[in-house]
Design a binder for this molecule. Structure first.
Ligand SMILES: [Zn+2]
Length: 280
């Protein structure tokens, strides 16, 4: 199989499951993580083959098997997975061993959670995607990990910064020790928005003209493209991370919709990607 390479991320294949990882996270011995692709699952039809969402109409048995295969590929226990309840808000939840299985082995029993953090080993944090920006965090000093879902609303509300702040306030982390990863998601090449969304980002102190592309027709701007990767990177820098502590994807999910699920490319008839991070 020809694996799509990235300049900044590692591409891995294990028992047919293809996933991406961040070299800086791979180098921490007790951290296990990965970001899925469409490759290596058992789902059929519009979900072929690695769909990691139970709420898109796919067969439960197939999705369960996909989670099992993905967890095996990144060497975590599927029984330890805790899945977020994403609503494009900024609630960040402190997951513990008691939460293991929520959203996969049993009902979630919670709603409105776009970020997960933990300082407990054996808790596998999971967030889900199809173009939105996945953020990954690890502090190898305090031994804390996190992941948060930054769609355009979460990005505008600075969920990345909020996640760093919660790691610091709740677990004693220091920004200078936290590494972050901005994972595969829709790039500035494809994230086209109308004026109201553009104006939200234009008003942010983190954004300048280099974060936007203006599409012009007949001498007037008809659409805007927004660079969510760069804006999220600058949000993390404002949160106290040095540029060298942050790895940014170079893979756009819409440009590579044969490898990744993309809402803009596939519409609602699609599966979901997922990001996982844990400590063992
Ligand atoms: Zn693109």
């Amino acid at each position: 199989m020809q694996l799509m390479q990235s300049k900044n991320l590692n591409v891995n294949e294990n028992c047919g499951v293809v996933y991406y990882s961040f070299p800086a996270f791979d180098s921490i011995p007790f951290v296990r993580h990965g970001f899925s692709t469409r490759i290596g699952g058992v789902s059929g039809g519009i979900y072929e083959s690695m769909n990691l969402s139970h709420s898109r109409g796919d067969k439960k048995n197939a999705v369960d098997e996909n989670f099992k295969r993905f967890c095996n590929a990144i060497s975590v226990d599927v029984n330890d997975v805790v899945i977020s309840a994403q609503e494009h808000h900024t609630v960040i939840y402190n997951a513990t061993r008691q939460d293991c299985g929520r959203g996969i082995m049993r009902e979630k029993g919670y709603s409105d959670i776009d970020g997960l953090i933990t300082n407990q080993p054996g808790v596998v944090l999971c967030t889900q995607y199809a173009d939105c920006v996945p953020l990954f965090f690890a502090d190898p000093v305090q031994r804390v990990v996190g992941t948060s879902h930054a769609g355009w609303k979460g990005t505008a509300a600075r969920i990345g910064r909020l996640t760093v702040e919660r790691m610091c306030s709740d677990y004693g982390c220091k920004p200078e020790n936290i590494i972050a990863g901005i994972g595969p998601s829709i790039g500035v090449c494809c994230f086209e928005v109308d004026t109201p969304v553009y104006e939200v980002f234009q008003a942010m102190e983190e954004a300048d003209s280099t974060c936007f592309i203006h599409k012009i027709r007949d001498n007037r701007v008809i659409k805007y493209h927004v660079d969510l990767w760069e804006i999220n990177r600058r949000i993390l820098i404002n949160a106290g991370l040095a540029p060298k502590q942050i790895t940014v994807t170079d893979l756009c999910t819409r440009c590579h919709s044969d490898v990744f699920w993309s809402h803009r490319a596939n519409g609602s008839k699609r599966g979901s990607l997922a990001g996982f991070i844990s400590m063992y």
